[in-house]
Design a binder for this molecule. Sequence first.
Ligand code: R5P
Length: 289
Amino acid sequence: MILSGRHSQSIAAELAERLDEPLAPVAFDRFPDGELMASIGDVTPADGERAIVVASTPSSDAHIELLQLQDAAHEAGFGEVITVVPYLGYARQDQAFEQGEPVSVRAVARAISTGADRVLTIDPHEEDVCDFFDPPATPISAAARLAEPLPDDLTDPLFLSPDAGAIDLAETVQEAAGTGTVDYFEKKRHSGSEVEISPSDTSVDGRDVVVIDDIIATGSTMSEALSILQERGANRVFVTCIHPLLAGNAVTKLSRAGVDAVYGTDTIERPCSAVSAAPVVVDALADQF
Ligand code: R5P
């Protein structure tokens, strides 16, 4: 049975259909004091039946709801709880960058570990974060699926990552598209919303460019890259990412910077979530369980 988190209802429905498993009648409520209640309804698992909790955690509340769903699954008597975290929030705080800071993703991984027998997560910021979980935790990638919504008439395309860390994603999308070349820019981050991009020497004049990153959060990275590409005469610029968090005014920033289209997956449900990551989860479940 599939137990969907508040922010993962589309991918959970897609998984339920592909796995031919029912969706639990989850409900989300909030008490007058602000405390949350994620419940799974009146379900009676068959002997040893597994529960698959599917819950992205783009907010602190979502983390609590995930823990509650896991706990409700145990309470209902499921034999095993597999937790799929399509988007794992706090993954970028994977070390104490300054004195006194927590390793936030370790803290959330420890909490999730208490209620999961296995964990799957899609394109976490660094795969090493899976080591913070106690049960077996596996990173899986939906990057190849990002080629799907791209137009098939790309002109001399360049697949570009806006920083060196996302070059693997750019290579995967280029391979899946079966055309074009790959390059990357260098990025220096000055604050949560301020980045400085140093372009490479590759000519983009007249070319269609696909910029690929794991996540678009404030949109600062992508809008800086877009401005440079526009200045340098790029033809169309498409922006694509696994996790379209698109916080605050990110969409406006990208539009002002002249993006032709934004595509993401349904690890976070947004209007631009053109691709489902469900097939890679189904494959991972088939491989491992
Ligand atoms: C950072 O290294 C990530 O790969 C992304 O580039 C970053 O999180 C994007 O954040 P923003 O949209 O706020 O620039």
